[in-house]
Design a protein around this ligand. Structure first.
Ligand SMILES: [Zn+2]
Length: 634
C-alpha cells in the first residue's frame, strides 16, 4: 500500500509563489491577537470521550500544528488558519460575554443573565457541549442554563443541546429555547431526501477518515472538524418571526434580525443593546463561506446574503463595539466591527454580480469560475480567504442558481455518461499506456488539474473490475495527482476531497469511521408526510412496474391517519384521509415507519387488517442504498 507522499518540487514552488503573490499582509497579527484575547483557561483535556469508545473530539491529534512555518504539504494560508483554529478554551470577550472555542467545529457563546447562562449554539454533539459547560462553570460559577438560542438550522448549532440542558428543564419552563422561524423544518428536512448521498460526500468534505497530519487532515476552515459524539435535538419553545422583535431573556435585552435564505434557510442575527455587542450567527466568519456546499446541497442566495448584511449595518451601526459569530474569533471596536460586516457583504455581492456579468457575456459555468477573481481590497482581507468555500465553486453556485447545469452548447446537452465516454476518450487517445506516458510528463511539469482530468478517464474506462497494469498505474498516478492538488489547496474541504480521493484510489473503497452518528431525536422530529416522501424515493420501478397497491395507515403513537398508494410506478400519499378501496389498513408507530424508510425491514409490531401480503409486497418494491458507493472509481 502506498502511504501519503511528500510535496513535489512543483508544489513546493507553487506554495512559495502563493505566499509571495497573495495580497494578504502575512505580518498582520490582528487575528492571532483576537483569537487569544480574553483567554481564561484551556480545556481540561484535549480529548473528549465519545459514545462508542472512539473519542468524540481529540485536539491532541493536531499537535503537529505547533510550528509556525508551514510544511510544503500544506498551503501556507490554510496552515495559518489551522493554527488559529487551535486556540481552544474559555475566553471572556466582554463583561458578561464568554466563548467556548475549540471544542467542536462550531463554538458556544455564553451570556451571563441575571440568574444563569444563556447558551448560544450548543455545538454538534453532547459530549463536547458538556465538557465546554463544565469548563465554564469551573471559572464562572455553577449557574443553571436559563435559555438556549439556536442561531440557525445547521446541526453544528443545535446537536449538542442535551449537553447543556435537559428536556425536563425545557418542558418545565426553566430553560427557554429560542430559534428563527422555520428552523425545525429546515433542520429536519435538510438530510432526509438526499441523505445517503450527502453523508457519503461529507466523508470527503470533512476528511473524517484521514489521519490528522501535514500529509492528512489539518483543518476544515470553519474549525478543526466535526465532533463525533451523540447528536440530539430539543425543538424550540419560542420562534422569532419578525425582524425588530425584542425579547428580554434572563434580564438581558436582545433585538433580532431574521436572515432567511442566507447561510442557512432559517437564520438570525441579534444585538445586545446593553453590551453594545452583535451576534452575526454564521452570516459572518473568518473565511469565505459556501454558496455551494461540496458535500451536496441546494445552492444559497449570494444576493440575499449581501442584502441582509447591509441591513445589519444599517440597523446597528453606531451601537456595536463587538461582533461575535458561531465559528472563529470575535472582532472588537466600532469601526472594525462595521468594516468586518462591510467586507464580508462585499465579498458575497462581488461573487454574485461578477458571475452574472460574465454569464451575460456568454461565458459558461466553468469559464465564469476561471474568470472571476476577487479584487485585492477584498481578497487581501484575511477574513475573506477561501478556507471553507472557494471563489471557484461559489461562482459556479451563482451560475447554477440562475442558469442551471446546462451551458447552452448542444454538445453538452446530451453527452455520454462518464464510463462510456471514458472508454471512447482513451480509445481515441491511443489506449491507456499512451495516455499514461503523456500524463507522467504532465505530472512532472506540475499540470495536476489536467492530469486528474485524463487519468480519471483511464480509471473509468477500465470499468469497476479494471485491474490490468496500466489501470493500476493510472490509479496510482491519479492518487499522487489528487494529493498534490490537496497539498496546494487553500480550502480545507478541497484539501480533504483530494486527499480522501487519493486514499480511496490507493486503498480501495470507503474507510471505516467516516459515518456520522445518526440523530434519533432529529429523525423522530421529521413529520410523517416527509417520511412517506422519503419512502417514495426508494420505489424501484424495475420491480413494481404495472402493479398497484393501496394502504391506509393508522399511527397509534401520533393519533394520525394517512394513506398511500402505488400506481404507474409512483408512490403517493395523503394526509388525514383513508381510501375506500385500500388493500389493507396498517396500524403502526412512527418508529416502525422510520425502520421501513431506513431500509431496516418491516417490524413485527405492525398489525395488518385486510390483505396480509400487501406490506411484504410493498417492502419488496423498495430499493436499498449503499452508504459507501464509489466516487473516484466507476
Ligand atoms: Zn456552523
Amino acid at each position: 500500500m502506498t502511504e501519503p507522499k511528500d510535496a513535489t518540487a512543483h508544489t513546493v514552488e507553487t506554495q512559495r509563489r502563493f505566499r509571495e503573490q497573495s495580497p494578504m499582509d502575512w505580518d498582520d497579527r490582528t487575528d492571532h491577537d483576537n483569537a487569544t484575547r480574553g483567554f481564561v483557561a484551556g480545556p481540561s483535556s484535549p480529548t473528549i470521550a465519545g459514545p462508542s469508545g472512539r473519542p468524540a473530539w481529540d485536539l491532541s491529534a493536531y499537535a503537529f500544528l505547533a510550528g509556525a512555518e508551514p510544511p510544503p504539504t500544506v498551503n501556507p494560508s490554510l496552515w495559518r488558519q489551522a493554527r488559529l483554529n487551535m486556540e481552544a478554551g474559555l475566553f471572556t470577550i466582554a463583561d458578561r460575554i464568554h466563548q467556548l472555542r475549540g471544542f467542536d467545529l462550531s463554538e458556544i457563546t455564553l451570556i451571563e443573565g441575571d440568574t444563569g447562562f444563556i447558551v448560544i449554539d450548543p455545538l454538534v454533539s453532547i459530549e463536547p457541549a458538556a465538557a465546554a459547560m463544565a469548563l465554564a462553570r469551573e471559572h464562572l460559577g455553577d449557574k443553571p442554563v436559563t435559555a438556549v438560542i439556536y442561531t440557525h438550522s445547521h446541526i453544528d448549532h443545535f446537536g449538542g443541546v442535551k449537553g447543556v440542558t435537559t428536556v425536563d428543564d425545557v418542558e418545565s419552563g426553566r430553560c427557554r429555547v429560542i430559534a428563527p422561524v422555520g428552523m425545525v423544518e429546515a433542520a429536519v428536512s435538510e438530510n432526509v431526501f438526499a441523505g445517503t448521498a450527502m453523508s457519503r460526500r461529507a466523508q470527503f468534505m470533512y476528511g473524517a477518515t484521514l489521519d490528522k497530519g501535514p500529509r492528512g487532515q489539518v483543518d476544515a476552515g470553519l474549525g478543526k472538524t466535526n465532533s463525533l459524539g451523540t447528536v440530539t435535538f430539543i425543538p424550540p419553545t419560542e420562534t422569532i418571526t419578525e425582524t425588530g422583535t425584542v425579547l428580554t431573556v434572563d434580564g438581558i435585552e436582545i433585538e433580532f434580525q431574521l436572515t432567511p435564505g442566507t447561510e442557512a434557510p432559517a437564520e438570525m442575527n441579534f444585538h445586545f443593546p446593553q453590551f453594545r455587542a452583535l451576534c452575526m450567527a454564521e452570516n459572518c466568519s473568518h473565511n469565505l463561506h459556501n454558496l455551494y456546499t461540496p458535500r451536496g446541497a441546494q445552492v444559497r442566495d449570494a444576493l440575499a446574503w449581501a442584502k441582509y448584511m447591509d441591513e445589519s449595518i444599517v440597523r446597528w451601526e453606531g451601537r456595536v463595539d463587538l461582533v461575535f459569530t458561531s465559528h472563529h474569533w470575535p472582532v472588537w471596536g466600532a469601526g472594525e466591527s462595521m468594516a468586518y460586516l462591510a467586507t464580508q457583504r462585499d465579498l458575497y455581492k462581488f461573487l454574485h454580480d461578477q458571475t452574472l456579468r460574465h454569464a451575460n457575456h456568454g461565458l459558461t459555468m466553468a469559464e465564469c469560475a476561471e474568470e472571476v477573481e476577487l479584487p485585492a481590497e477584498i481578497a487581501g482581507q484575511w477574513c475573506n480567504r477561501p478556507y471553507y468555500g472557494t471563489v471557484n465553486h461559489n461562482v459556479k453556485a451563482v451560475y447554477q442558481r440562475y442558469l442551471g447545469w446546462f451551458s447552452g452548447n448542444p454538445a453538452e446537452l446530451h453527452p455520454l455518461p462518464p464510463e462510456p465516454a471514458a472508454v471512447k476518450y482513451v480509445e481515441y487517445m491511443g489506449g491507456a499506456a499512451a495516455v499514461l506516458e503523456r500524463a507522467r510528463a504532465d505530472f512532472a511539469a506540475g499540470e495536476y488539474r489536467w492530469v486528474a482530468e485524463v487519468l480519471n478517464r483511464v480509471v473509468f474506462a477500465a470499468g469497476a473490475a479494471g485491474s490490468d497494469p496500466a489501470t493500476a498505474e493510472a490509479r496510482e498516478l491519479l492518487a499522487d495527482t489528487y494529493e498534490q492538488l490537496g497539498y496546494q489547496a487553500e480550502s480545507g474541504p478541497w484539501r480533504n476531497f483530494y486527499l480522501v480521493g487519493a486514499a480511496e484510489l490507493r486503498h480501495g473503497g470507503a474507510a471505516e469511521g467516516g459515518a456520522e452518528a445518526a440523530a434519533l431525536d432529529l429523525v423522530m422530529a421529521v413529520p410523517v408526510p416527509m417520511l412517506l416522501d422519503a419512502l417514495a424515493l426508494r420505489l424501484d420501478p424495475g420491480v413494481c412496474a404495472g402493479q398497484r397497491l393501496a394502504l391506509n395507515l393508522v399511527f397509534t403513537d401520533l393519533r394520525e391517519r394517512h394513506c398511500l398508494w402505488v400506481a404507474n410506478s409512483v408512490l403517493h400519499h395523503r394526509n388525514g384521509v383513508h381510501l375506500d378501496d385500500a388493500d389493507a389498513t396498517v396500524t403502526l408507530t412512527k418508529p416502525e415507519l422510520l425502520m421501513a424508510v431506513g431500509g431496516l425491514g418491516v417490524s413485527e409490531g405492525i398489525t395488518v387488517e385486510g390483505d396480509a401480503g400487501a406490506v411484504p409486497r410493498l417492502a419488496g418494491w423498495l430499493d436499498g442504498f449503499d452508504p459507501n458507493f464509489a466516487i473516484v472509481t466507476p
